[in-house]
Design a protein. Sequence first.
Length: 365
Amino acid sequence: MSTLFHIFNSIQNSLFPWLEEALDPLSAKEQKFVQVISLMDLQTHMKAYRWQGIGRKRKNRMKLAKAFVAKAIYNFETTDILIDYLRGCKNIRRLCGWENPWQVPSKSTFSRAFAQFSEGNLTQDIHEAMVKEHYGEKLAGHISRDSTAIAAREKPVKKKSDESVAQPKRKPGRPRKGEVVAPKPPKRLDLQPARTLADNLEDLPTQCDVGTKKNSKGYKESWIGYKLHLDCIDGDIPVSTLLTSASLHDSQAAIPLSQMSQDRITNLYDLMDSAYDAPQIHSFSKNLGHKPIIDHNPRRGEKIYMDPASKARFAQRSSAERVNAYLKDNYGGRNIRVKGAAKVMTHLMFGIIAITATQLFHLLE
């Protein structure tokens, strides 16, 4: 945490006073913007996006990346609104790197840069490095795991039936004498523990489709789009994220998320709701040296309640729910205008990066 403390002190005692001499007094959101950018290490991550001397010279991609961070922090619905604000607000425009309003690029330039960032997984790489650099050596008590619906403005992909593997329907009950019954294919959850993270991620569906989930009142709600899966640690800090098809069951993202988080931080307890109550997930958590605390899913049986100590720890799981709320209410999680999983994930990750940096600095307050 010493590096984070040094950055925090440098911003508070040196950078903010210097900026306020060069600019107008900084608003709360402008100060937050400066803090987030300070933790992103853009100089390192933007090397791959610099113009290589071939073809038409690109606009400065670092300035554009900063602008997309501002879009998330200000919760702007569209890039048009962002561009108008940059041209009208001297402080945030100069903080991004443009001195004059006419230097702010066009919407098409923003769109091309965003597509490049999505193709190169820029935001995911920045977030992973930020977590490892500023929390990787610290022990986290709990990981809270949850998912949230991400509504998109695109048509859902229709599921295609695979005729090549379709089997004729047979009557329920015991097979007849001499009848050969094809074995059931292994479930994704059965295969995941033995696979690498890369193989598990490759196997998860990411196309836009229809998801259904029960709300807090127990009623089913459906949406078209995706599902964002989150691992958060104490302090409401997101450490791992996955974007899948909306229809994917939460349990099938648990093991890949565990693998991602295990590579980034060290934690003691894994907290999950009843959607994750599967023996494969319990076993995987224990094999990592963690203690899983998962709400029991009775599945038409008798409910098994937690002991008082586990129940007290389970209350920490609200961390993931709060981060989901932050993202949707304050950092663009409801303003999905792009299409395709890669671009949707990039849009969400600019918000996740802003939340992560903000919550890391809150640890020092």
